[in-house]
Design a protein around this ligand. Structure first.
Ligand SMILES: C[S@@+](CC[C@H](N)C(=O)[O-])C[C@H]1O[C@@H](n2cnc3c(N)ncnc32)[C@H](O)[C@@H]1O
Length: 327
């Protein structure tokens, strides 16, 4: 997965001339803060314009990939639905909005909610490169999300890689507020770690109790069947630029971003039979799949002798829904 060309150009321009070593040092510091978990009250992960730039250099490509992938799953499940307005909450440099504009190019208005001035300024400079009028003319709201704030309803509401930065005691109220402003679909995305998934699972439970329907990834509205020592997550491969490789100190030309997500709505999508929740193991003689279904988690093994089913199974990817005509 590559970034949209205008975003690539905008980022390159932003990073041009910055000493890679200095950027790498800021990125390492920021990454250390993120690994340390939620900051103590009032503390912030992103603390300066230099942090915002480092975030864009070392995290944005991966979070873009994850968000894009989650949005694609929503589009698959609601092919007729075309959001017009988007609220990008905890927007950072606007990553989720760039992904939304790629998936739903007919978006007409975007509102960003963000507290960090450095992120806002960076997001505005990046958005100035966008061909999409909704991005270029977006509204930026400088808001402390853990405090009191209000919003008009939006068709699509997204909070990507945000929940882990909010005080845990405020999370339920915050999720409820996001839901109240959701006209169509609410998408929550977190790192694909046990704690990221725990936040997604908590939000899912809370909103299902209030009458929401899951659009993706779960093929049901039942309690999550994942065992306590396991976590539901997906993976998106993203390309790494040369600078990115330098900053991350890696040689690979790609990285696999692991993420957990849930998309909820007051609308219902057509039922599906199941979703692949692990990388399928394709062996010589059989394909092994782990699937979440409305009846719970299940594993199936399809032997090569069962030609038609094997062909189907072989083409399935982690995160896909089971085809309608599969048995
Ligand atoms: C990890 S970044 C995610 C940015 C973007 N959504 C993405 O996925 O790339 C989290 C963003 O949320 C913002 N944020 C965190 N806590 C916030 C709060 N209490 N109020 C407003 N913004 C907040 C941070 O400033 C940061 O820009």
């Amino acid at each position: 997965m590559e970034l949209p060309p205008e975003l690539r150009v905008a980022l390159d321009e932003e990073l041009q001339g910055l000493p890679a070593k200095k950027l790498a040092a800021v990125a390492a510091d920021l990454s250390q803060r993120y690994r340390g978990g939620a900051p103590v009250s009032g503390g912030k992960f992103v603390q300066s314009p230099a942090d915002a730039t480092a975030y864009a250099a070392f995290r944005l490509p991966a979070t873009f990939g994850a968000i894009f992938s989650a949005f694609e799953r929503v589009r698959e499940r609601l092919p007729e639905w075309e959001p017009r307005s988007l609220a990008d909450v905890g927007a950072g440099p606007g990553t989720a909005s760039w992904a939304a504009c790629t998936v739903w190019p007919d978006l007409q208005s975007i509102t960003f909610f963000e507290r960090d001035q450095g992120m806002i300024a960076l997001g505005q400079r990046l958005a100035a490169h966008a061909e999409m009028p909704a991005l270029a003319a977006a509204t930026w709201r400088n808001v402390e999300l853990a405090g009191a704030w209000e919003s008009a309803p939006h068709d699509l509401v997204v909070a990507a890689y945000l929940l882990g930065e909010l005080p845990e005691t405020t999370l339920q109220g915050f999720i409820q507020r996001l839901w109240a402003m959701t006209g169509g679909v609410l998408v929550l995305i977190e790192p694909g770690t046990p704690s990221g998934f725990a936040r997604i699972r908590g939000a899912r439970e809370h909103l299902l109790a209030g009458g929401a329907h899951v659009i993706a990834p779960c093929p049901h509205n039942a309690p999550c069947p994942m065992a306590a020592d396991n976590w539901c997550h997906f993976s998106q491969r993203v390309a790494r630029s040369r600078l990115h490789r330098q900053i991350k100190g890696g040689e690979l030309s790609y990285e696999d971003e692991k993420f957990s997500y849930v998309a909820l709505s007051r609308m219902q999508a057509a039922p599906v039979r199941g979703r692949i929740i692990r990388h399928p193991h394709i062996q010589k003689g059989h394909a092994d799949l782990e699937i979440c279904t409305p009846e719970g988690l299940t594993k199936i093994s399809v032997t090569r002798r069962d030609k038609a089913r094997f062909r189907l199974a072989r083409d399935l990817r982690w995160g896909d829904v089971l085809p309608e005509d599969s048995d």
